[in-house]
Design a binder for this molecule. Structure first.
Ligand code: FPP
Length: 248
């Protein structure tokens, strides 16, 4: 799709807009390989796509945007790539937070941040604190995130509470279990989209995405832009959502 043609398109009145869009940003490596460039060049171009996507989400009045930037499995990549990726994240958080704050973006990070260097952890905390009063867009960045580990950690905490006699196991429900996840206070995603043509969830928001619409786009993440975001919202609006119930 041509960027310029659809970039200005906003949803018509009455069209369903997803409150929460979550994105698996895939294809940076293939984008770089196709150009004979190192993988880090793909990740840098991916960071530009992140900027465009945040702008698009603000323009389209999407309240919550979650980006899968670093999975718990990504630690298994070759060390130079892990160093490049964490360096890029550090640079991004330091250089973008002022502008994101100006734009009214609230930043939150989910995942096991204890695995990152102390200086990056401090930057993440500082970005969260600086932007915590903002309401224009809630930006959640999943870092060192894996859904199964998140669910297992929540179960472990509940088991410890029960063993200490502070919790009756019978009182555990779907609602209060969800409150033990990293995403406490964040609405479930309405739309999960993945770029690069792969059709997998790769351990991303498995609990939270139980009723999400899934959309797999045949575009590499660094090429993703406002037009693709608008197209994803248009596809969402076309789908009828029933939450398992029969149509009335
Ligand atoms: C998947 O592409 C992408 C990642 C593992 C990293 C995502 C990171 C960014 C988009 C850049 C920085 C993010 C922020 C929030 C500043 P891949 O390397 O798996 O691509 P491939 O499947 O084509 O090899």
């Amino acid at each position: 799709m041509r960027e310029a043609a659809a970039a200005e398109k906003l949803p018509a009145d009455g069209v369903a807009i997803p409150a929460h869009v979550a994105i698996i940003m895939d294809g940076n490596g293939r984008w770089a390989a196709a150009r004979g460039l190192p993988r880090i060049a793909g990740h840098r171009a991916g960071a530009q796509a992140v900027r465009r996507t945040i702008e698009a989400a603000i323009r389209q009045n999407v309240g919550w945007l979650t980006l899968y930037a670093f999975s718990s499995e990504n630690w298994r990549r070759p060390l130079p790539e892990v160093i490049d990726l964490t360096g890029l994240l550090r640079h991004y958080v330091r250089s973008e937070v002022a502008e994101l704050h100006e734009s009214g973006v609230r930043m939150r990070f989910i995942g096991d941040r204890s695995r990152f260097d102390a200086d990056l952890q401090a930057d993440l905390r500082a970005a969260e604190r600086k932007t915590e009063g903002n309401t224009k867009l809630n930006l959640i960045v999943a870092l060192s995130y894996g859904s199964r580990a998140e669910i297992a950690a929540a179960a472990r905490r509940l088991a410890e509470e029960a063993r200490a006699g502070r919790l009756d196991p019978a009182s555990i429900t779907e609602d209060n279990f969800g409150g033990g996840l990293d995403t406490i206070g964040i609405p479930d995603p309405d739309l999960i989209l993945r770029t690069s043509g792969e059709q997998r969830l790769s351990n991303f928001l498995l609990w939270q995405g139980a009723y999400a619409e899934l959309l797999f786009l045949d575009v590499l993440w660094p090429d993703f832009g406002q037009a693709h975001f608008a197209e994803a919202l248009a596809e969402f609006a076309r789908r009828e959502r029933r939450f398992g119930a029969r149509p009335g």
